[in-house]
Design a protein around this ligand. Structure first.
Ligand code: 8X3
Length: 257
């Protein structure tokens, strides 16, 4: 057990992929898990799995981070024993479509911006003042290689991840003089539902993304998140930019065979 034992960790978008792996990884460290997502059924399954894994304690709530009022209400309604969040993992995020910006559907943009940028801001705004007040806390947000280098047909998704990078950098500056830490975890290709969501359930197209390539696993990213969170209190890990061995940057891959 590390110093994370007994700490309260809030993970957004916890029902699948990196969020789910992160919740399970913190549970193994003895943390108390507060998990939220849009899909209640999946969340309940995770809650049961966490409970069976011997987690210190677990609580879940359904929320869509795009809905500012719902976020504020859900955080305000947390029972006292869950309201002091020590680690916030801003994981909720998605991509929609892979198309030229000038003829893309504006609804794709709105969903990505509302979730990846505004949702991240809403949750952070609701949680961080308490961290500052208590003199402890850590905000860990999911960025991407896409925030470092823009790729064709991904202008808006890449823009949301560039925004996450700027928000994490700015938040760190705004929190100078407090004990609250800020980290951006920026993975490349990770094999999760990410591409299926991007292509709205077109599994064939999603599978092609990972063809002949070894992507990161959600657990690899969860490891990095737990590592950043478990550094001594005076150490702030700003950014972890990580890819699988087969990825060089946002646009360069080694495909086998
Ligand atoms: C996910 C990485 O390259 O699929 O953020 O956009 S990528």
């Amino acid at each position: 057990m590390s110093d994370l034992a007994g700490q309260t960790v809030l993970v957004t978008g916890a029902s699948s992929g990196i969020g789910r792996a992160t919740a399970l990884a913190f549970a193994r460290e003895g943390a108390r898990l507060l998990v939220c997502a849009r899909r209640e059924e999946r969340l309940k399954e995770l809650e049961a799995e966490l409970a069976n894994s011997g987690v210190n304690a677990v609580q879940s709530f359904v929320v869509d981070v795009q809905d500012r009022e719902a976020v504020n209400a859900a955080i305000a309604a947390l029972p006292a024993e869950w309201s002091a969040v020590d680690v916030l993992v801003n994981n909720a995020g998605l991509s929609r479509g892979l198309a030229k910006m000038y003829d893309d559907d504006y609804r794709n943009w709105e969903e990505m911006i509302d979730t990846n940028v505004k949702g991240l801001l809403y949750v952070t705004r609701a949680v961080v003042p308490g961290m500052v007040e208590r003199g402890r806390g850590h905000v860990i947000s999911l960025g991407s290689t896409a925030g470092h280098q823009t790729y064709a047909n991904g202008a808006v998704y890449c823009a949301t991840k560039a925004a996450e990078k700027a928000i994490s950098e700015g938040l760190k500056l705004d929190l100078m003089g407090t004990a609250v830490r800020v980290t951006s975890i920026d993975p490349g290709m990770v094999e999760t539902e990410f591409s299926e969501v991007r292509f709205r359930g077109d599994t064939e197209r999603a599978e092609k993304v990972y063809q002949n390539i070894t992507p990161l696993r959600a657990e690899d990213v969860a490891d990095a998140i737990v590592w950043a969170a478990s550094r001594p209190a005076h150490v702030n890990i700003h950014t972890i930019l990580m890819t699988s061995i087969d990825q060089g940057n946002s646009v360069t891959f080694h495909r086998h065979g």
